[in-house]
Design a protein around this ligand. Structure first.
Ligand code: ADP
Ligand code: X2W
Length: 264
């Protein structure tokens, strides 16, 4: 039987809130099984770029990343946020170790090619991009890897890669060896029928239902790339995929179902 591993992704809003982040990391460090944390931090990067007067542009949930923006996101994701999370986990007796995709060649990306839009230093990845052997070795050593949204091409370039995509691809890459449960933790209760009504959680979403919800105009902004990545994971042999509220991590793991389950 395959060993169970949780791959947990957290994003912008949570990382911005020190108290909420601390509560979340308490719940995360309490997971008894093997685990990996993937974090974004898009909101903080936008705040810093605004302070520095560097205009930011998002297209399809991806940040147009020129050289100045790459410097900012590298500092914010692979620097400040990653080290802050690792230190907080260490304080909670969880032996975390922080990485960008360049460290140990853990995640190799290709520059995003698009016929009309130049995304700049944005890296695309797939499950072959992940250095599975090294990730498995780290896990065997009882270390808890914490990944930021920075990747590289091994040719001298760092890239900015959507953190939801990193979590999905990491889950796909590890699924051959582990029984993977991928948890997207964010600020809503799950996928909502009405984004303003926390009671309107949709218990499960498959590809067909995703298309219908999109056509009905019920999904906007960040939830779109999140669901695309979640569906990508379930289609590529990841055992279980859920979108849950960040405060529900412990409850989800102990009581086995909070939020929205992504289905085939
Ligand atoms: N139907 C929906 N259900 C849940 N969230 C939705 C929905 N439509 C839009 N959203 C928005 O998507 C956001 C989540 O995406 P995003 O902000 O990118 O998350 P993160 O930064 O945590 O990855 C929610 O905060 C919410 O505002
Ligand atoms: C290419 C690209 O768009 N990268 C993302 C990476 C950070 C991220 O995904 O952050 P959240 O999970 O907090 O949204 C960005 O710079 O916003």
């Amino acid at each position: 039987m395959k060993q169970k591993i949780y791959i947990v992704k957290i994003g912008g809003a949570l990382i911005d809130d020190e108290r909420l982040l601390d509560q979340f990391l308490d719940q995360f460090s309490g997971i008894k099984e093997k685990k990996i944390l993937v974090h974004g931090g898009g909101k903080l990067a936008t705040t810093l770029a605004d302070k520095l007067g560097i205009e930011q542009k998002m297209i399809n949930g991806r940040r147009i990343t020129d050289k100045d923006t790459l410097d900012i996101v590298t500092m914010v994701y692979a620097g400040g946020i990653n080290k802050n999370i690792v230190e907080k986990l260490q304080q909670k007796k969880c032996n975390a170790i922080g990485f960008s995709g360049a460290d140990g060649n853990l995640i190799k990306a290709k520059k995003r090619e698009h016929p009309e839009i130049d995304f700049g230093f944005v890296g695309d990845i797939n499950k072959k991009s992940v250095n599975r052997k090294l990730v498995s070795k780290l896990i065997k050593l009882d270390l808890v890897p914490v990944f930021s949204a920075i990747t590289h091409d091994k040719k001298g370039n760092l890239f900015n890669t959507n953190a939801d995509t990193i979590a999905s691809v990491m889950a796909q890459a590890l699924s051959e060896k582990y029984e993977v449960e991928l948890l997207y933790c964010f600020d809503k209760e799950g996928v909502l029928e009405d984004v303003n009504d926390p009671e309107s959680v949709i218990k499960s979403v498959n590809e067909q239902e995703f298309t219908t919800l999109k056509e009905e105009g019920k999904l906007h902004k960040g939830i779109l790339p999140k669901l695309e990545n979640a569906l990508g994971a379930i289609k590529n042999n990841v055992n279980k995929v859920f979108l849950i509220k960040e405060t529900e991590l412990k409850n989800h793991i102990e009581n086995h179902h909070a939020g929205t389950e992504i289905c085939l």
